[in-house]
Design a protein around this ligand. Structure first.
Ligand code: FDA
Ligand code: NAD
Length: 427
């Protein structure tokens, strides 16, 4: 027994939600589209989980952050999917996919067939076990990828008031969760192997300002080392964390953010994989012409840099989703996906945006102080390729975005640092 759909979206995260809205705008008929997701809830804005969801007062809860509220667009509640004749199959894992036969097999034993498949399976959090440390199952060891992780973390936070948290990892999850823990009056120690936080993007100068601010909020940093083991009580709760450098840290809650792996396993041996993701062309189409991939799981050509990239950010999930739907429904009218990478984050009163590629020589500008506007430009082979701005206005962010897209030639790097933001206005 099985059901057949014209379009199937595998995965029910950010990209799936934005794809669904695009399908309805382009005119999908009742019963043509199915979304199948392991999560028990309709697609939501995942970034809320490390921010509003963890607030001590009036935390964000569904249905308030279903997609596509992140772009001030329609909020797609389960009722919306019903009204638009979209089949939402929730709480259901897809166990296998047969790309040649165009079928999926769900954990409930149902076979679903498609004419077009959109893979939107996102990624999973890397586990400590993959680095040889046991203990991820302890109730106070928290990862943060989906709603059930967020509920577990919120519960752990509630039972750790005035206690100690150890945050493992100095990337996005580490920084955003550390801020949320502090706001919840928990003492935080961050542990990571690099010399400074947000090593994939921040320069030492930007990182140093952030770290000083975090320290002033009581956060301690232990850098250049990793966790080696946990200590447990008789209930298998973690009581302390042991580090390679010999440090022993008491812990009421541990938050782990050590990176992700894209969920490609259903397609290995069936589709081309590149840079850890499903390789797609500039129409988000995979090596099988009936199968598209979007969001964190897709490795696509970034035309601006002439390179294949896999990005792990919400803007790329939203835009790649729209582009794939357009390419499927109106192939003749859909051009190449021409995407300018865009990342952002908000912690405490800080808020930054980044456009482009953080490679090459760096020039800083502005006043490096909390509450002020400052930033950095990256110059590669004589051209501006990346721009970071902290504390900018909407207009200023648009300005740096437009300038970065043009990849202007930079002749005087020192001058760039002196004029700062004004440079982007003149491009
Ligand atoms: P996403 O992970 O959203 O969805 C994948 C879906 O597929 C899930 O519903 C999953 O259950 C499902 N799935 C996977 N395998 C399946 C299977 N076999 N069967 C059925 N279903 C399956 N980015 C940013 O730019 N700014 C920000 O502030 C943040 N903040 C942020 C906070 C937190 C806590 C996280 C975890 C991530 C962010 N991000 C972010 C990153 C951003 O959320 C991420 O890039 C997008 O969610 C990617 O969207 P996708 O739809 O590709 O995957
Ligand atoms: P990340 O790649 O940002 O950071 C991983 C961090 O793990 C590194 O900075 C490093 O410090 C640390 N690390 C690696 N190996 C380690 C080890 N053995 N021990 C200790 N630390 C180790 O990944 P993340 O912070 O886990 O975030 C997960 C995903 O969620 C990413 O895709 C990220 O883009 C996304 N996310 C994005 C945002 C945002 O864009 N604002 C916010 C939250 C999450």
């Amino acid at each position: 027994m099985g059901r057949a759909f014209v379009y199937v979206i595998l995965g029910g995260g950010v990209a799936a939600g934005y794809a669904a809205l695009e399908f309805t705008r382009r005119g999908v008929s009742e019963g043509e589209l199915c979304i199948i997701s392991e999560e028990p809830v309709a697609p939501y804005e995942r970034p809320a989980l490390s921010k509003g969801f963890l607030l001590p007062e009036s935390p964000a809860r569904l249905p308030s952050f279903h997609t596509c509220v992140g772009e001030n667009d329609e909020k797609l509640t389960p009722k919306w999917y019903k009204e638009h004749g979209i089949e939402l199959v929730l709480g259901t894992r897809v166990k296998s996919v047969d790309v040649r036969r165009k079928t999926l097999l769900s954990s409930t034993g149902e076979t679903i067939s498609y004419k077009f498949l959109i893979i939107a399976t996102g990624a999973r959090a890397l586990k400590l076990e993959e680095f040889g440390v046991e203990g991820s199952d302890a109730e106070n060891v928290c990862y943060l990828r989906d709603l059930s992780d967020a509920n577990r973390l919120a519960t752990a936070i509630q039972s750790s008031a005035n206690g100690n948290a150890v945050v493992i990892g100095g990337g996005y999850i580490g920084m955003e969760c550390a801020a949320s823990l502090v706001i919840n009056k928990i003492n935080v120690t961050m542990v990571f192997p690099e010399a400074h936080c947000m090593a994939r993007l921040f320069t030492p100068k930007i990182a140093s300002l952030y770290e000083d601010y975090y320290r002033a909020k009581g956060v301690e940093f232990i850098k250049g080392t990793v966790l080696t083991s946990f200590e447990f009580d008789s209930n298998k709760k973690v009581t302390a964390v042991n580090l390679k450098d010999g440090n022993h840290l008491p812990a009421d809650v541990v938050v782990v953010g050590i990176g992700i792996r894209p969920n490609t396993s259903l397609f290995e041996g069936q589709l081309t994989i590149e840079k850890g993701g499903i390789k797609v062309n500039s129409k988000m189409q995979s090596s099988d012409s009936s199968v598209y991939a979007i969001g964190d799981v897709a490795t696509f050509p970034v035309k601006l840099f002439g390179e294949m990239r896999r990005l792990e950010h919400v803007d790329s999930a939203r835009k790649s989703a729209r582009h794939a739907v357009s390419a499927i429904m109106e192939p003749e009218k859909t051009g190449e996906f021409d995407y300018l990478p865009f990342f952002y984050s908000r912690v405490f009163a800080f808020s930054w945006q980044f456009y482009g590629d953080p490679v090459g020589e760096v020039v800083h500008f502005g006043e490096f102080e909390e509450g002020k506007t400052f930033g950095a430009y990256w110059i590669k082979k004589g051209h501006l390729v990346g721009s970071f701005l902290e504390g900018g206005s909407q207009e200023e962010y648009e300005t740096i975005s437009k300038a970065t897209r043009l990849k202007p030639a930079v002749t005087d790097v020192e001058e760039l640092g002196r004029v700062g933001l004004e440079y982007a206005e003149t491009v």
